[in-house]
Ligand binder design. Structure first.
Ligand SMILES: [Zn+2]
Length: 375
């Protein structure tokens, strides 16, 4: 039933349109035209203005023939983690790779193309179905910004699916972590390094004292922490006056997360007190975790669809975030559907032809399973 040639063509076309975060306009325009031709009711919101990008979120409604079936959504994001300008796609033994010095961008076109092809197949089959809304977001990779700007509450959705994680196809993420960001600025005191170093307070040394003995990396089965960026200083002959550090921590257990963040902040504050340096902390909860229970409809429908196709219906936990974190927080039960994309965010990224087909079959089956439910 899946039109393989059409699906692969669409997938490649989507990958070939350069769409880094905040500059997805060309890709949005392409998809918008495609969906209008399919006869969907397509609107853009005003996310671009809110988040400072050149593109908006796209909302396309495939009107149902069954008015009492749940109104569901399928979602993917337009932006890629890096630009893909100059991308050359290579297919080796049915697997797509980037042959150029860019990423492929299967994250998240391996979710978007199957979601669109699924709708195309259902239009052709003419079988009964409920309302299906395609939600395609922008600026996901830089902090779920498009999803945050999307007024999903106004779309009257019962539940939905974010096609945005790695294989195996047929599995689903129903539990994720809460993610905190911590920016630390250490303000020491500049002095001439040769003439009177004793008048200075070296911010690099304060940072070193704070970090040595800090627990980072894997804290436990459910908790991780990282120091990702450090910068500061101006010259070797100046006692370093300022260091800026960017850190994060994630956990599926909020108490453990709070304890870890507290530990990291304490280490910096203690080192600052010891040296007489000022410590400025900016701690934000980047997004909240979710845990969608197996008994919920959104999970039952997905698991039944996966089983119908002879896949391996399994729910799993990940510490990675996605638009589903935002949509759950906004009250729409949401889980993440595995696609075939692998080694994402690297130049070795790949996805196979068969997995693109299977993801499409799964999306169709999810819509069919949802259509069996009466609200
Ligand atoms: Zn993604």
């Amino acid at each position: 039933m899946v039109n393989e040639e059409r699906l692969i063509h669409l997938f490649k076309e989507l990958c070939l349109i350069d769409a880094p975060a905040l500059a997805e306009a060309n890709c949005v325009a392409y998809v918008k035209e495609y969906l209008i031709k399919l006869g969907l009711d397509v609107v853009e919101d005003e996310a671009g203005k809110v988040i400072g990008g050149n593109a908006n979120n796209l909302i396309a409604t495939f009107k149902g023939t069954l008015s009492d079936a749940p109104r569901i959504y399928l979602s993917a994001h337009f932006d890629t983690v890096e630009p893909t300008a100059g991308l050359i796609i290579e297919e080796v033994d049915g697997v797509f790779y980037s042959k150029s010095d860019t990423i492929l961008g299967a994250d998240d076109k391996a979710g978007m193309a199957p979601a669109i092809e699924a709708i195309h197949c259902l239009i052709e089959s003419g079988e009964p179905h409920g309302d299906v809304v395609l939600l395609f977001s922008c600026a996901e990779e830089i902090g779920l910004k498009g999803a945050a700007a999307l007024k999903i509450e106004s779309l009257n959705l019962d539940f939905g699916y974010v096609l945005d994680t790695g294989p195996p196809v047929g599995t689903f993420v129903t539990r994720t972590a809460t993610h905190d960001k911590i920016d630390i600025t250490i303000v020491g005191k500049p002095a001439h390094a040769g003439k009177d170093p004793e008048k200075g307070i070296n911010a690099i040394q304060v940072a070193a004292n704070a970090i040595s003995g800090m627990k980072i990396g894997r804290i436990g089965p459910e908790t991780t922490a990282n120091l990702g960026v450090i910068e500061g200083g101006s010259a070797t002959n100046v006692v370093c006056a300022e260091v800026r550090i960017k850190a994060e921590a994630r956990s599926t257990n909020v108490q453990e997360l709070d304890a870890q963040v507290e530990h990291m902040i304490q280490r910096f504050e203690q080192a600052g007190r010891d040296a007489g340096a000022q410590i400025i902390i900016n701690h934000v909860r980047h997004y909240d975790s979710y845990h969608v229970q197996d008994e919920e409809l959104v999970v039952k429908v997905a698991m039944a669809a996966s089983a119908n196709l002879g896949m391996n219906p399994v729910t799993r936990t990940t510490l990675g975030g996605s638009d589903a974190n935002v949509y759950n927080t906004k009250g729409v039960p949401s889980i993440v559907v595995a696609t075939g994309m692998d080694k994402i965010h690297t130049h070795d990224e790949f996805v196979s032809r068969q997995e693109l087909i299977d993801t499409t079959r799964l999306a169709i089956e999810i819509i069919r399973e949802a259509a069996k439910i009466k609200k």
